[in-house]
Ligand binder design. Structure first.
Ligand code: SF4
Length: 305
């Protein structure tokens, strides 16, 4: 019997999610034996033309990590959607835009001006900026178009399943792969992680005071904080690193930052408007606190005006 065809692909991400696939260690060998790996650009030299030549739906599963920031990434995402029965958004960048999505709080023009003109290390006296088309020695060269904002994968294509995390931990990668290979998948659109909040299962609940009341807000490196979906294995908390919320919001929450403001407001130890203002003024990086992984899927989506 023919093995199911599987593609693994990296769009706008850091490479950590590809690393997470390797982190399943020797299980990767049995996965590689059970499937026909037909695309994994970071590890093996496959060609997109061979994917284009496939029939629609011929790929059983495409595991797509990273967000979409340019036209090449959009083209690859759409190609994999067309050829795949199941598309899995893998990692916080694919699910919500991830940390690169914080770039939506500035404009494309500001990014280009900094990177190609204003950064102290830049030497660009002719102020040359990347062009989608240019001629060199009589030949036309092309580059992908850099979009005006970062998009989560489901802004561009229909996604069947979501596996959050930055990156997803090895056991959830194995769970997702075996659920697909053994055809034991939940309904389409599901997140392959627990429905409950991480705070519900956090071991530190045991030492939580009966009444939580916040008088001061500190930066993430100064203290412990946050609320997010369970499923990460608490790997950060276990080594005393604050949770940053890479598993995204729990079911039914459309804007994780707004929900987080609401949760914070409910436990502020403030007796007056002046108290509220004093505490709120201590947040020096609002986006980094509330939307570290999710600007592109927030209600705001990007900087306006
Ligand atoms: Fe990297 Fe995290 Fe994005 Fe994965 S989710 S590509 S590990 S930044």
């Amino acid at each position: 019997m023919a093995k199911p065809k599987v593609a693994i692909c990296w769009l706008g991400g850091c490479g950590g999610c590809d690393e997470a696939v390797v982190d399943i260690n020797e299980v990767l060998l049995s996965v590689a034996g059970a499937v026909d790996l037909i695309l994994w650009p970071v590890a093996l030299d496959f060609k997109y033309d061979s994917i284009k030549a496939m029939k629609d739906g011929e790929i059983a599963l495409s595991v797509v990590n990273g967000n979409v920031r340019n036209s090449e990434q959009e083209e690859v995402a759409k190609l994999l959607r067309e050829k795949s029965q199941i598309v899995l958004a893998f990692g916080a960048c694919a699910c919500f835009g991830g940390t690169p999505g914080l770039a939506n709080l500035t404009t494309k023009e500001d990014i280009f001006n900094w990177v190609y003109r204003d950064a102290p290390t830049v030497v660009n006296p002719d102020k040359v900026y990347p062009q989608t088309k240019s001629r060199v020695n009589g030949k036309e060269l092309t580059l992908p178009e850099f979009y005006d904002r970062v998009y989560a994968l489901n802004d561009i294509i229909n996604v069947d399943y979501y596996l959050p995390g930055c990156p997803p931990p090895p056991y959830s990668v194995m769970y997702a792969l075996s659920a697909v290979l053994e055809n034991k998948l939940p309904p389409k659109g599901s997140t392959l992680a627990p429905q409950r909040a991480l705070c519900d299962s956090c071991k530190r609940n045991k030492s939580k005071p009966e009444r939580l009341a916040i008088r001061e807000i500190k930066r993430i490196h100064e203290v412990e904080a946050t609320a997010t979906r369970d499923g990460c294995g608490e790997s950060c908390i276990n080594i005393n690193v604050p949770c940053r919320g890479c598993f995204g919001p729990v079911e039914g929450v459309t804007d994780s930052g707004a929900k987080f403001v609401s949760a914070l407001a409910s436990i502020l130890d403030a007796q007056s408007d002046a108290d509220i203002t004093r505490i709120a003024d201590q947040i020096t990086d609002l986006a980094g606190y509330l939307y570290r992984f999710s600007v592109p899927t927030s209600i705001l989506k990007k900087k306006r005006g």
